[in-house]
Design a binder for this molecule. Structure first.
Ligand SMILES: NC(=O)c1ccc[n+]([C@@H]2O[C@H](COP(=O)([O-])OP(=O)(O)OC[C@H]3O[C@@H](n4cnc5c(N)ncnc54)[C@H](O)[C@@H]3O)[C@@H](O)[C@H]2O)c1
Length: 378
């Protein structure tokens, strides 16, 4: 298959969809890979490394879209890319269609085959192409929190791990899923005293088994949260209720119970945030202060560490990209339910329920499309 990797052009996006290692894997199976000049430079991968791995470099984005049967990207195409997409071209990337009617309609119009990273789903309902970014954000939450606890950053002026003879900081983590678990491991590793709250008792049992001694688990409820915020130095919001906005577990009125210089890192900001006073911020201007409490609410945390994020993402996407390249999307999706769930828009039709519902569009059964494609190719 002919595969194209364009340079990401969305504002502040430095990740790339394929590393030189990924190019080399695809080449091993006989595929041709075209990479746009400088596509990997934001993540620390230079053109020479791609060439050495067997890629052909193309100077413009037009040439990449023009030649490829499958485009592998990181972010959804932006408006200037819409017209470059060819009928029947396979696009494998994050789309988040439900948040953009404009994008959905453009992909329907272009009759592209859109396989969205965020809806590739395993039978246990886990989302293998979202997990790596949650892992990055969870670990980063502690690193950022530690930085903003420093006095010059308006924090309490406390070192997470303390020193011999001085108590460590208290870190409260709301939500013990992927983000919360990674955050807890980092904070505990730095020597902080950590409390993780979740509403799932089985999850709390699991965390209690695997976490080190300086991590406590606690049932998440209003009473426990209200008590815990009083003596926490860093509070990390990491809850998710799939398909809905995050609940406001830390209310505006609770800020008054906190000590001045407490830091809040609301990782769940992309789902509305679980801290009532959270509004999305950017890496250029990541924090603001309300009632002497520092808020960090960056909606795309992994964007600040593009090398780690690119490698983590491509570690997870490459196996799927290989299946798509080796078998073609039709057979790959027929034989792998996980990939089939990733199909959102196919040949001008919406095939993902959440997208159809979001914009009142007709839903086409993806199984019917795959069966028809099989008949045509038989
Ligand atoms: N800001 C960013 O850059 C960024 C990056 C990655 C992920 N995220 C977001 O982080 C959030 C967490 O993601 P995740 O992958 O860890 O999700 P996850 O599904 O693995 O974990 C969510 C956890 O929240 C728990 N939960 C639900 N309601 C709760 C409540 N009332 N109190 C306490 N816990 C509760 C669930 O039981 C679950 O264990 C999501 O909103 C995700 O979109 C943000």
């Amino acid at each position: 298959m002919v595969i194209g990797v364009p340079k990401e052009i969305k504002n502040n996006e430095n990740r790339v969809a394929l590393t030189p290692a990924g190019v080399s894997e695809l080449r091993k199976f006989g595929h041709t890979v075209y990479v746009q000049v400088n596509a990997g430079s934001g993540s620390g991968f230079e053109d020479g490394e791609y060439i050495e791995a067997g890629a052909v470099m193309l100077p413009t984005i037009e040439e990449v879209y023009g030649i490829a049967e499958m485009i592998i990207k990181v972010k959804e195409p932006i408006e200037s890319e819409y017209e470059l997409i060819k009928e029947g071209q396979l696009l494998f990337t994050y789309f988040h269609f439900a948040s953009s009617q404009d994008l959905t309609e453009a992909m329907i119009r272009r009759k592209a085959v859109c396989l969205a990273y965020e809806t590739v789903e395993k039978t246990d309902r886990s989302l293998p192409l979202l997990i790596p970014m949650s892992e990055v954000a969870g670990r980063m939450a502690v690193q950022e929190g530690a930085k903003y606890l420093e006095k010059p950053q308006k924090g309490r002026g406390i070192l997470l791990g303390g020193v011999p003879g001085v108590k460590p900081a208290h870190v409260l983590i709301l939500g013990g899923g992927i983000v919360g678990t990674q955050a807890a491991k980092m904070a505990a590793g730095l020597g902080a005293h950590v409390t993780i709250m979740d509403i799932s008792l089985p999850r709390l049992r699991y965390l209690s088994d695997i976490m080190p001694e300086n991590v406590d688990t606690l049932m998440s409820n209003e009473y426990n949260i209200r008590e815990a915020v009083k003596h926490s130095d860093l509070i990390i919001g990491a809850v998710l209720i799939p398909g809905t906005k995050a609940p406001h577990l830390v209310t505006r009125e609770m800020l008054k119970l906190m000590r001045p210089g407490t830091v809040l890192v609301d990782v769940a900001v992309d789902q509305g945030g679980c801290i009532e006073t959270c509004t999305p911020t950017t890496h250029e201007n990541p924090t603001y202060v309300i009632d002497d409490v520092v808020h960090y609410c960056v909606a795309n945390m992994p964007g600040a560490v593009p090398y780690t994020s690119t490698v983590a993402l491509t570690n997870a996407t490459l196996a799927y990209a290989l299946q798509l390249a080796n078998k073609g999307w039709q057979r790959a999706c027929r034989e792998n339910e996980e990939l089939k769930r990733g199909l959102n828009v196919v040949d001008g039709r919406v095939v993902y329920q959440g997208v159809a519902e979001a914009f009142g569009l007709e839903l086409t059964n993806v199984g019917d499309i795959l069966r028809k494609e099989e008949e045509i190719n038989a």
